[in-house]
Design a protein around this ligand. Structure first.
Ligand SMILES: [Zn+2]
Length: 318
C-alpha cells in the first residue's frame, strides 16, 4: 500500500534549490512619487509564492551591526544617517527622501546581502530579493543608494576569514562607482562592471575591469562582451565568492537608460554569469540592483527570470 506521506511529498510543490532572502521592509517604505519601484519587491515575493516557493525557502534578514557597517562606511556618515542629520545637498545627491523608514530600508538590505553571502557560501547559491546598492560610497550615498550592502558583506566575509577573495560582477545598467572606489586598492576584491557610458554616474572611478557600452547597444554587443570575459575572469582571479548584481535596467524598455537588451538577452546574460561560475563550483550570491521599466511588471519578469535561470543552473551544478 502507498505510504500517504510519500504521496504528499510527490504532490507537494517542488520549492527552491537555494534560499531566497526577503523582508517586507523592502517595499513598505514611502518614497513618494519616485522612479524607484519598491513595489517590485512585493510583486516578486507574491509571484514566487505562486511559483511554489514555501515559507522555509525564505529567510528574513536581521539588521546589521554597526561594526559591520564600519568595515566600509565612516562612523561620521553612519552617525549622520542614524540621527537624521544629512544636509540638504547630501539628500539631493542621494536622490531619495530621508526618513526613519528609509534608514530601516537601507539597513535591512545590508543585513540581507550579508545573509545571502553566508547562504551562498553554504549552499553554492543564494538570491537576495533586493540589494545591489552599488552607488553608495564610504562617506556618502548617491543615486538611490544609501548604504553599500555588497561592499559591507564582502568585507565582513573577508574579515571573518570565510573568504580570501571575492568578485563583484555588476551587470546593472549604471557603472558601479561606489564599489569601484571602495575596492580600488584592495587586491582581494575584483570589480567587474558592464554599463552604459553616456548616463549617470558622470564620473566613473575605474573598476578592476570596466566594459562601457553606448546608447542603442543591444543583446549582440552586450553578450559578445560578456562571453569574452566569462569564464575567463573567474579562472584568472579564482574568487571564493561571486556577488552578481543582476540589474534589470539594461532592458530595452527602461526609463533611465537606452541599452536595448531584450528579455531573452537578459536571460542569456544571467545564464553566462551564473553558469560559468557554478561550473567552476564558485559560490554565487545574487542581488537584484536597479530596474525602472515603464511597466513595473517587466522589471518583475526580468528579476523572476534571473531566479528561474539560477534554479535551472543549481539543478545542474548543485
Ligand atoms: Zn542601475
Amino acid at each position: 500500500m502507498l505510504n500517504p506521506k510519500r504521496i504528499f511529498r510527490f504532490f507537494r510543490k517542488p520549492g527552491f534549490l537555494f534560499k531566497l532572502v526577503y523582508s517586507d521592509d523592502y517595499w513598505t517604505v514611502d518614497l513618494g512619487q519616485h522612479v524607484f519601484p519598491v513595489q517590485k519587491y512585493r510583486l516578486i515575493f507574491e509571484a514566487l509564492l505562486r511559483m511554489g516557493a514555501r515559507k522555509e525557502d525564505f529567510l528574513l534578514p536581521p539588521l546589521p551591526r554597526d561594526e559591520d557597517l564600519f568595515l566600509v562606511h565612516t562612523s561620521k556618515y553612519i552617525k549622520k544617517l542614524k540621527t537624521g542629520n544629512l544636509s540638504h545637498s547630501e539628500i539631493l545627491t542621494l536622490e531619495l527622501p530621508y526618513s526613519e523608514e528609509l534608514l530601516e530600508f537601507a539597513l535591512r538590505f545590508v543585513g540581507g546581502t550579508i545573509l545571502t553571502a553566508e547562504k551562498a557560501l553554504e549552499d553554492g547559491l543564494a538570491v537576495h530579493i533586493g540589494g545591489g546598492f552599488h552607488h553608495a560610497f564610504s562617506d556618502h550615498g548617491e543615486g538611490f543608494c544609501v548604504l553599500n550592502d555588497v561592499a559591507v558583506a564582502l568585507e565582513k566575509m573577508k574579515h571573518e576569514g570565510r573568504i580570501q577573495k571575492a568578485m563583484v560582477v555588476d551587470c546593472d545598467l549604471h557603472q558601479g562607482n561606489g564599489n569601484a572606489f571602495i575596492f580600488a586598492k584592495k587586491d582581494y576584491a575584483f570589480t567587474f562592471s558592464i554599463h552604459q557610458m553616456d548616463i549617470y554616474p558622470a564620473q566613473k572611478p575605474s573598476s578592476s575591469k570596466d566594459v562601457g557600452l553606448w546608447s542603442g547597444d543591444g543583446d549582440e554587443q552586450y553578450l559578445k562582451e560578456l562571453r569574452s570575459h566569462f569564464p575567463l575572469l573567474y579562472e584568472e582571479f579564482q574568487p571564493d565568492l561571486v556577488f552578481y548584481l543582476a540589474g534589470a535596467d539594461p532592458y530595452e524598455k527602461d526609463q533611465l537608460g537606452s541599452l536595448k537588451l531584450t528579455l531573452e538577452g537578459l536571460k542569456e546574460r544571467d545564464r553566462i554569469v551564473i553558469e560559468s561560475a557554478r561550473r567552476l563550483r564558485l559560490p554565487v550570491a545574487v542581488m537584484f540592483a536597479g530596474g525602472y521599466a515603464w511597466d513595473v511588471h517587466d522589471t518583475v519578469t526580468i528579476h523572476l527570470n534571473t531566479i528561474k535561470t539560477a534554479q535551472k543552473i543549481q539543478g545542474k551544478y548543485p
